[in-house]
Design a protein around this ligand. Structure first.
Ligand code: GCU
Length: 353
C-alpha cells in the first residue's frame, strides 16, 4: 500500500503542550488549537466574516408545471463595509417547509442534472446551488485582483478558503428564511469542491452534515500516506498554488514535519455528521490514505460518544460525482438528519479488517 510506513499521524487527543484530551470540554479547547493550525498553515486562513448577509429574491418560477418544485434565483449580498454578492439558486419542494437544505457550490461543473435535482427535492430537501468561481477564479494564474479579493483584501487565504466562505454566506442567508430548517443544513461538493466543503464544514457549526466526494489531497486524503499514483503535497502546491495559503508548499517532501494531517480537518466536524465518499479506481485521490484519516478522526467521535456520525464510503469506479453518489449521500442525510434507519449498503471497504 505504501512504499514505506508513514510516521504515526499527529495525535488528535494530545494538546500542543503534551497534556491529554480526556473529556468533551478538553476537546473544545483542543479543537481551537487544531483549527488555528490547519486552517492557517494549509488554507491561509479564511476571509473575514461580514457584518451582515442578506438574500434578495430576483425571480421565482415553477420547474415544470403547477405542482412542480419552485426554482428561485437569489442574490447573496454581504455588507455593510465590504459589499460583495453572488448568485444562489434554490429548487424548493412543494409545501410550506421548513425544509432541510443541501448546498452545493460546484455550479461551474454543471454535473447537477435535473435528475439529481429531482432526487433532492423528492426527499423533501431544498437544493441550493452557487458557482464558487464567482467568488474566486479557478484559473491557475489568477492574481488576487478579482472577486472576493477586492472586497476582502486582507489575509493570505487561498481559493479553497474563499469558496468555503461562500458556503458560510449561503448559510447566513438561508437560515433567515422561514422555509428553511436551520438545524438540518448539509453541504456537498466534488473533488476540489470536496476539499472546499471539508474546510467549510470544519469551520462552521451551523452545518449539520458535510459530504465530500472524491476530495483527495488537501481534502480527505492523507499527506503522510501516499497510496500508489496518488497526488502529493508538492504536486498539488505546484499545480494549484492559488488553492492554498503560502505556508503549505514548504512541507513538500517534509510531510512528516507538518503539525497536522487531514484527520485534523475531519475531526473539526465532530460531533456533527461527516461523510467522505471515495472511488476505488480514483487512485489520484488516495482512497487508502483517506481510510487512514478516517480511522484517526474516529478517536474524537468516540470520545464524544457519537461514533456513528463519521462515515466513509468506497465504491467501484473512477473520479466523478455520479447520480448514484448523490443517492447514497441522500440516504445518509436521511439517516443522520431525519431519523431514518441507517442505509443497508454503504458499499465495499477493502481497507477495513
Ligand atoms: C486535479 C487535482 C485534484 C483535484 C481535481 C479536481 O486532478 O490534482 O486535487 O481534486 O483536479 O478538482 O477535479
Amino acid at each position: 500500500m505504501t512504499k514505506s510506513a508513514p510516521d504515526a499521524l499527529p495525535d488528535l487527543l494530545t494538546f500542543c503542550d503534551g497534556s491529554a484530551v480526556t473529556s468533551a470540554a478538553d476537546w473544545q479547547r483542543r479543537r481551537e488549537e487544531i483549527s488555528r493550525l490547519i486552517v492557517n498553515i494549509e488554507y491561509g486562513g479564511l476571509p473575514s466574516t461580514p457584518g451582515t448577509t442578506s438574500l434578495e429574491v430576483l425571480h421565482r418560477a415553477r420547474v415544470c408545471g403547477d405542482n412542480s418544485p419552485h426554482f428561485v434565483s437569489c442574490r447573496v449580498q454581504t455588507g455593510p463595509e465590504a459589499p460583495f454578492s453572488f448568485l444562489l439558486t434554490l429548487t424548493i419542494p412543494q409545501g410550506d417547509g421548513p425544509f432541510p437544505v443541501v448546498i452545493n457550490g460546484d455550479a461551474c461543473w454543471r454535473y447537477v442534472t435535473d435528475e439529481v435535482a429531482g432526487y433532492v427535492t423528492d426527499r423533501g430537501f431544498i437544493l441550493a446551488q452557487f458557482n464558487r468561481v464567482e467568488i474566486a477564479s479557478d484559473i491557475h494564474s489568477a492574481a488576487r485582483d478579482h472577486g472576493i479579493y477586492l472586497a476582502y483584501p486582507n489575509g493570505t487565504y487561498g481559493a479553497l478558503a474563499a469558496w468555503a466562505w461562500g458556503y458560510h454566506r449561503c448559510v447566513d442567508a438561508l437560515i433567515t428564511q422561514p422555509f428553511v430548517d436551520p438545524s438540518r443544513i448539509a453541504i456537498t461538493g466534488h473533488s476540489r469542491g470536496g476539499k472546499t466543503v471539508l474546510l467549510a464544514g470544519a469551520t462552521d457549526d451551523r452545518i449539520a452534515l458535510t459530504t465530500a466526494n472524491n476530495s483527495g489531497a488537501g481534502g480527505a486524503g492523507c499527506f503522510r500516506h501516499q497510496g500508489p499514483n496518488s497526488e502529493t503535497l508538492a504536486g498539488i502546491c505546484h499545480n494549484f498554488p492559488h488553492w492554498f495559503g503560502p505556508e503549505l508548499e514548504a512541507y513538500g517532501g517534509r510531510e512528516n514535519e507538518l503539525p497536522f494531517d487531514q484527520h485534523f480537518l475531519k475531526a473539526l466536524h465532530a460531533p456533527r455528521a461527516l461523510l467522505t465518499m471515495e472511488a476505488l479506481e480514483d487512485l489520484w485521490a488516495n482512497p487508502s490514505g483517506t481510510w487512514l484519516t478516517h480511522c484517526a478522526a474516529t478517536a474524537v467521535y468516540d470520545l464524544l460518544n457519537v461514533p456513528d456520525r463519521i462515515n466513509v464510503t468506497f465504491r467501484d469506479g473512477t473520479h466523478k460525482h455520479s447520480p448514484a453518489d448523490w443517492l447514497r449521500f441522500l440516504d445518509v442525510m436521511e439517516w443522520q438528519l431525519c431519523g431514518k434507519p441507517k442505509p443497508a449498503d454503504l458499499g465495499p471497504n477493502p481497507f477495513s479488517g
